[in-house]
Design a protein around this ligand. Structure first.
Ligand SMILES: NC(=O)C1=CN([C@@H]2O[C@H](COP(=O)(O)OP(=O)(O)OC[C@H]3O[C@@H](n4cnc5c(N)ncnc54)[C@H](O)[C@@H]3O)[C@@H](O)[C@H]2O)C=CC1
Ligand SMILES: O=C(CO)[C@H](O)[C@H](O)COP(=O)(O)O
Length: 299
């Protein structure tokens, strides 16, 4: 099969390499000329624009988008659409909002598959977990590519109609936030608690047979090994947050309680300000109701 890949960053480049390794052909485009040149060095056919990529693919185009979610997806689809028809298939493998994917599927001249991709850059060797929404025929048509990009046939499945792939990935990310928060709280208690512990050793021990072993816990072990048991100079600021926000918004709309996911998202937002207004007000209110001393900034 011949696959066009647009977006050759951390994730898209892995798509290119795994599809090439499986014996397929790849035509590659990115706004970055360096990224295109690197993909060409790896065996892909370089394209210098979206239109050029479409021309090089010929009939029955199969195209994988791995650009940042949002405007870049719309811009790419705008450029692609004049070159597409109903026999073509476009996969969006990024973290797009599922409602946007539904709208894009309706507007796109090709069959559109929304594909939640999990595994991160570490998936280069193992392959990804792929959660796919959209028409069955298009999923079936793309199966050789999904087999190559995923861990294998068991690493991908069609979740259902348009939007369902990105919906499942959105919830996956909410769970990811909550798991990170749970590990974080446990290790914080161990770090601040009664014993002088080597947290890498704790994580390693847990990862060998404990109920709570997991890949995220292996990444905790790696973090303590590389940064030290006190995490060295790693700051207490957590970026990101869009997919977790969408998960909480959807849970509110569906009236499904997700307190752990919400709390972990709130912790992220809280991590971005060292001078929290709510804490300052609580500090002052304790004076109001109890005449407790007010801690002042210059003290
Ligand atoms: N990094 C991760 O762990 C994961 C990322 N994702 C999602 O995959 C998508 C890509 O993420 P990354 O590869 O990490 O991002 P990245 O920033 O490493 O790469 C994005 C690439 O897209 C290119 N690009 C941007 N706009 C473009 C356009 N209009 N046309 C062509 N190329 C364009 C950039 O030059 C860059 O090479 C995002 O939606 C992200 O949320 C999904 C799962 C895991
Ligand atoms: O999808 C992912 C992992 O599964 C991406 O790494 C995503 O960026 C994680 O979300 P956030 O940036 O909000 O932490």
């Amino acid at each position: 099969m011949q696959l066009g890949v647009i977006g050759l960053g951390r994730m898209g480049r892995i798509v290119v390499d795994r599809v090439l390794d499986a014996g397929h052909e790849v035509v590659a485009f990115d706004l970055s000329e360096e990224a295109v040149a690197a993909a060409a060095d790896a065996g892909a056919e370089p394209a210098d624009s979206v239109a050029d990529l479409a021309d090089r693919l010929g009939d029955d185009k199969r195209i994988w988008l791995m650009v940042p979610a949002g405007d870049a997806v719309d811009a790419t689809l705008d450029d692609l659409d004049p070159h597409l028809d109903g026999d073509d298939v476009v996969v969006d493998g990024g973290n797009s909002h599922f409602e946007k994917s539904v709208r894009r599927a309706e507007a796109c001249s090709a069959a559109y598959l929304d594909c939640g991709t999990s595994g991160g850059p570490a998936g280069a060797e193992l392959g990804f977990s792929l959660m796919i929404g959209g028409p069955q025929w298009a999923y079936d048509e793309m199966t050789p590519v999904f087999d190559a990009v995923a861990t294998g046939p068991a690493g991908h499945d069609r979740m259902g109609e348009a939007g369902s792939g990105h919906y499942v990935k959105m919830v996956h990310n909410g769970v990811e936030y909550a798991l990170m928060q749970a590990y974080g709280e446990g290790f914080e208690l161990l770090a601040e608690g009664r014993y002088d512990l080597d947290l890498e050793a704790v994580a390693r021990t847990w990862n060998n047979g404990a109920v709570i072993r997991s890949w995220l816990l292996e990444l905790c072990e790696e973090a303590f090994r590389e940064e030290g048991t006190d995490l060295g100079d790693v700051d207490d600021h957590i970026a990101g947050g869009s997919t977790g926000t969408w998960t909480v918004q959807e849970a509110l709309e569906q009236e499904v309680p997700v307190p752990l996911i919400y709390q972990s998202l709130a912790e992220r937002f809280g991590s971005r300000a060292d001078d929290r207004f709510s804490r300052r007000l609580a500090n002052r209110l304790r004076y109001g109701f109890g005449r407790h001393e007010v801690a002042r900034k210059d003290e």
